[in-house]
Design a protein around this ligand. Sequence first.
Ligand code: CP3
Length: 360
Amino acid sequence: MSTSNKPENDLLIRALLRQPVERTPVWIMRQAGRYLPEYRELRASAGSFMNLCQNPELACEITLQPLRRFSLDAAIIFSDILTIPDAMGLGLYFVENEGPKFERPISSLADIKQLPVPDVGSSLRYVMDALTLTRKELNGTVPLIGFSGSPWTLATYMLEGGSSKNFSKAKRLLYEQPQAAHLLLTKLSDTIVEYLNAQIASGAQAVQIFDTWGGALSADCFRRFSLPYLESIVARLHRQHDGQRVPVILFCKGCNTQLEALADTGCDALGADWTITLEEARARVGDRVALQGNMDPTILLAGPATVRREAEACLASFGHGDGHVFNLGHGITPEVDPENLAVLLDAVRTASPQYHSATS
Ligand code: CP3
């Protein structure tokens, strides 16, 4: 074990805190997953996705798979945002090619009133064990990221019973039974705070909150049913652990109209999707937060020359200065050739030092 709690490569933490770096750090959302043959192999032998998540040795192994192949600047614990609704008793399962489903979705105020705020230390112990084991295996090389879904994004899955195109059940609850919606979002927020703080205590060195479906809400609904809960979660997170600052990243997909408000939540960094230039995002958030993103994941389906050119364009769009973490604007997709990710990472490593004044 390394003797210090600071990772040898702490570029990610420094960039998230807008401290000087020698080059732009890079990690990729869904960097462990189906585009990797070694993931598909383990997934097939484990029988189900949840068997992978609930077995700390397997979850650790999958977290490390992309780091063995590529020089990434962070690991993200292999798990899922839907572990929380599962721990609340909804019965999560995955149907091949259909995504996540719940055996017992919720719909009424009575369902919401009955919903427990689970004791994450016991019901989600497997996530904490996977984090502790992965920190040990990483041995201080790169930081380990923990994560959770946002209250609104988790609520969509719980009310719809799975993925959805137009979120009609979830949005109807917001419009017709706002008090029931607020009760659900409050229970989820309280659980998320406990969950992320337990992750930090178990070894997560930065945490990201995914509001993947924030962009489905009207501006007014976002400000009533997502933003205040994000703000309240951020305020309750333990930002210091083992003498190190623990940065908080908010990734709210489709929420670029809300960037200024999100920058005022007290988070350290905002994830940006690819529908905004980093130049514009940076001008709007100023020096309040770092930015993470935002290459269109589809570019990884193009040839290597295009990948390199677009990665360089993304760095140029952020421009000179610190406070940028390179990532995609959403998760890497299963069709991507892993070789193209190697090209992307090389492009960021080679082209980014010119944007920073610090020397290694
Ligand atoms: O980023 C990482 O490498 C960490 C692992 C991770 C997974 N899910 C693994 C996963 C993370 C951070 C997530 C978050 C997650 N899960 C989100 C938010 C981020 C995003 O992508 O928007 C959401 C909305 C979910 C819910 C979820 N889990 C869906 C909709 C699906 C099915 C979609 C699909 O791609 O099939 C999952 C399953 C899932 N989670 C897989 C992986 C690798 C695929 C499962 C499989 O092997 O079949």
